[in-house]
Design a binder for this molecule. Structure first.
Ligand SMILES: Cc1cc2nc3c(=O)[nH]c(=O)nc-3n(C[C@H](O)[C@H](O)[C@H](O)COP(=O)(O)OP(=O)(O)OC[C@H]3O[C@@H](n4cnc5c(N)ncnc54)[C@H](O)[C@@H]3O)c2cc1C
Length: 342
């Protein structure tokens, strides 16, 4: 984890405890953080549970050092800085934060309480906002001998900080956004940077592809990884041209494997929720088919759903405010204007 990635300030040992919370938010990504902020502003006793060791979801885990250009109010902001500001906003009402804790079960008890089971214990809550993103996400593994042995010794799937890559000879594998973003972000600080991809069809953003192709990054189309070399640390890789079979040895210190992620809703599929193409179906108030259970962000779906930070935070506000009316039918869903608050 990067030193400057926000970790919970109000974390506790996990495992639930006896208190019943007004709302428990599964997932501490941007959606969950904004849901926690709104729930706090609505005076709800709030808890966030996340299976990762830090807040920030995909932004902190997958691309902390990338710029984001499409969140309101920031012409551009590093993902880790957005996590920091969103965490500050979310934590001001002092929610309970349980990190490194995976929710495995969700059961509405019929007495107005939802029981959440985790790998550390049991939590009870009047409402739940599922902001679990794409579920548990794992990098797609590279099926090349000895790669696993050298992970952490020059080979990495996740890049959470970049300082150690300065001055290094870097080889990046992949043709999507992560591979191109890292090529663009790292080539200036690296001693050299090569990007290999198995075809000439790149899936990254057009603008990024163009910038990388115009940069000193050595882009090799139709090339794949054949072998990794080094005993205690990575010393080089063998790549090959998949059209001709010709092999090349490339000396390098760092190999970034950005060949995609496998996502799985895992236990969430077993909770009795209406699932549509790996997402939880919600209505216009972000309520699922289970009473008191809402979903927002990448995990939810409805007609016209866009998986973006901006839409996720909007849905989080809706979910938290309607969760308020669920536990207090006299409360209005509309929270009033925050600018009117003293
Ligand atoms: C490389 C990359 C670049 C991107 N760039 C942009 C961009 O420029 N602009 C933009 O708008 N979007 C961008 N996105 C998409 C954006 O990151 C997502 O839309 C956003 O993260 C969704 O937020 P979320 O809070 O809904 O889910 P997530 O960020 O996925 O957070 C969900 C959290 O839930 C946790 N969780 C899941 N299951 C459980 C469980 N069972 N128990 C406990 N915790 C659980 C996960 O650990 C995770 O921390 C990008 C995505 C990637 C991968």
């Amino acid at each position: 984890m990067a030193d400057d990635v926000v970790t919970a300030e109000t974390g506790h040992a996990g495992g639930g405890g006896g208190d019943v919370f007004d709302v428990t938010i599964i997932g501490g990504g941007p959606t969950g953080l904004f849901a926690a902020f709104y729930a706090g502003m609505r005076q709800m006793k709030t808890k966030i549970i996340d299976s990762l060791p830090q807040l920030g979801g995909q932004l902190a885990a997958l691309y902390p050092e990338k710029y984001i250009y499409d969140v309101g109010g920031f012409p551009r902001i590093l993902a880790k800085d957005l996590v920091a500001t969103m965490s500050e906003q979310a934590l001001q009402y002092e929610p309970t934060v349980c990190l490194d804790e995976k929710v495995t079960g969700l059961t509405p008890d019929g007495d107005g309480i939802v029981t959440l089971t985790t790998d550390k214990g049991v939590h009870r809550s009047r409402t739940v906002v599922i902001a679990a993103g794409v579920g548990a996400f794992l990098p797609r593994k590279m099926d090349v001998p000895r790669v696993d042995e050298l992970v952490g010794k020059g080979i990495q799937y996740f890049v959470t900080e970049t300082a150690h890559l300065a001055g290094k000879r870097i080889v990046i594998v992949g043709g999507g956004d992560s591979a191109f973003d890292w090529a663009l972000g790292l080539h200036e600080k690296a001693a050299s940077c090569m990007l290999i991809h198995r075809s000439d069809k790149f899936r990254a953003h057009e603008d990024t592809i163009l910038k990388v192709l115009q940069s000193p990054v050595d882009v090799r189309r139709f090339h794949e990884l054949k072998a990794v070399h080094g005993e205690d640390r990575l010393e080089g890789v063998t790549i090959f041209d998949n059209r001709t079979g010709e092999e090349f040895y490339v000396e390098c210190d760092s190999l970034l494997l950005n060949i995609g992620f496998l996502t799985n809703l895992g236990p969430i599929k077993e909770w009795g929720l209406e699932i549509d193409k790996n997402a939880v179906r919600v209505n216009s108030t972000m309520q699922t088919n289970l009473p008191g259970v809402y979903a927002a962000g990448d995990i939810c779906t409805y007609v016209g759903k866009l998986k973006l930070i901006a839409t996720g935070v909007g849905e989080a506000g809706t979910a938290a405010n309607f969760a308020k009316t669920f536990i207090d039918p006299a409360a209005k869903a509309f929270p009033g204007h925050s600018s009117d608050m003293k």
